[in-house]
Design a protein around this ligand. Structure first.
Ligand code: 5GP
Ligand code: MN
Length: 318
């Protein structure tokens, strides 16, 4: 990344007193880990920090230090607004209403739309938390054991335990430094990737029971009714897609999750030969080559048929 841009952004953060840190709707481990890691480091420098997620903090992340400080709406005036792990401004939800254009956009998505004054986008970073793990200490921001745990959680979850194809030696080295600073790798791995609630397991059952295949594409859906029956509290797929990605002889996995309000959340996962972010962008979404998503308005069955056909066409799988 451009050194002068980095310098400028981090110097501005040093001189700020009131900072708003925000990330994306349906937050994942990297969104939450980056938000908390940066915010707690700023608090250690006696800055006033507001932590904002427009969907609030999901129950599964409430073990992380600082998670009790997360609110749903930004309130007040800030010297600096920092958006983390968010490829476009729409993904912040409605939490930034009445706030000016963000100052710093810190992200690792190739589909980032560069919406801030300082756009610090490193597409080689395996997680936004990796960028923070590298630059917080370099620019004199403290990495306490709480900060280390938050950032390590972001790295572990976005790489599915350091096993995604974008993994690098640098990411492992930075993760090792976070462990040295007090990051509890086995504990975070267990909580972030292995533990499942009983409700989530039953919700998986609903998705698995309608799993379909056509050639090397497989897909499954989760309806509002599935969620209601098992009382699953989230609007996500409970990470079912990452399990489906382990099924043999499969290049593309697609997951459809009904959201209410006529919206269906679509997620894609792919083997390295296919860039599913192209398909997600066709539907006004985004993400990475191997993992992408979009929110599409319409009926679940229509969207399923349309997305499967579009995925095959765009990726040359006809
Ligand atoms: P997931 O499908 O698991 O929610 O997300 C996979 C990847 O795609 C993540 O990097 C996530 O940030 C990105 N992503 C998911 N949904 C959207 C979306 O609606 N818009 C954009 N720009 N990116 C998305
Ligand atoms: Mn991320």
């Amino acid at each position: 990344m451009d050194e002068s841009l980095l310098n400028g952004a981090f110097q501005e953060l040093h001189s700020a007193q009131r900072v708003l840190v925000i990330s994306h709707i349906r937050p994942d481990g990297d969104a939450v880990g980056s938000l908390l890691g940066l915010g707690l480091s700023l608090q250690a420098l006696n800055k006033e920090v507001q932590f904002v997620l427009s969907d609030g903090i999901p129950v599964i992340f409430r073990h992380l230090p600082g998670s009790d400080q997360v609110r749903k709406q930004a309130n007040g005036n800030f010297d600096k607004i920092v958006v983390v792990d968010c490829s476009d401004l729409k993904r912040t939800g409605d939490a930034l209403t009445n706030q000016p254009v963000p100052d710093i956009n810190l992200d690792h998505h190739p589909t980032n739309t560069e919406f801030a004054k300082y756009n610090l986008v490193d597409v080689k970073a395996v997680a936004t938390a990796e960028i923070l793990a590298e630059y917080l200490p370099k620019f004199g921001f403290p990495v306490s054991s709480q900060v280390a745990n938050a950032l390590l959680f972001g790295m572990i979850t976005d790489t599915l335990g350091f096993r995604t194809f974008n993994m690098t030696p640098k990411a492992l080295e930075l993760a090792a430094k976070l462990m040295e600073a007090g990051g509890n790798l086995p504990g975070l791995y267990q909580r972030g990737l292995l533990n499942k609630t009983f409700k989530a397991a039953r919700y998986w059952g609903a998705g698995l029971s309608n799993l379909e295949r056509e050639g090397r594409i497989i897909w499954a859906s989760l309806t509002l009714e599935d969620r209601r029956i098992v009382k699953y509290p989230g609007r996500d797929d409970a990470d079912l897609i990452n399990f489906l990605s382990t099924i043999e002889d499969t290049d593309i996995v697609i997951m459809f999750v009904e959201q209410g309000n006529g919206i269906v959340k679509v997620s894609w996962r792919s083997q390295p030969a296919y860039d599913v972010s192209l398909v997600a962008m066709h539907y006004d979404g985004g993400g990475h080559s191997a993992a992408a998503g979009a929110s599409i308005k319409g009926d679940l069955k229509d969207i399923q048929a349309n997305v499967i056909a579009q995925t095959k066409t765009m990726l040359g799988m006809m």
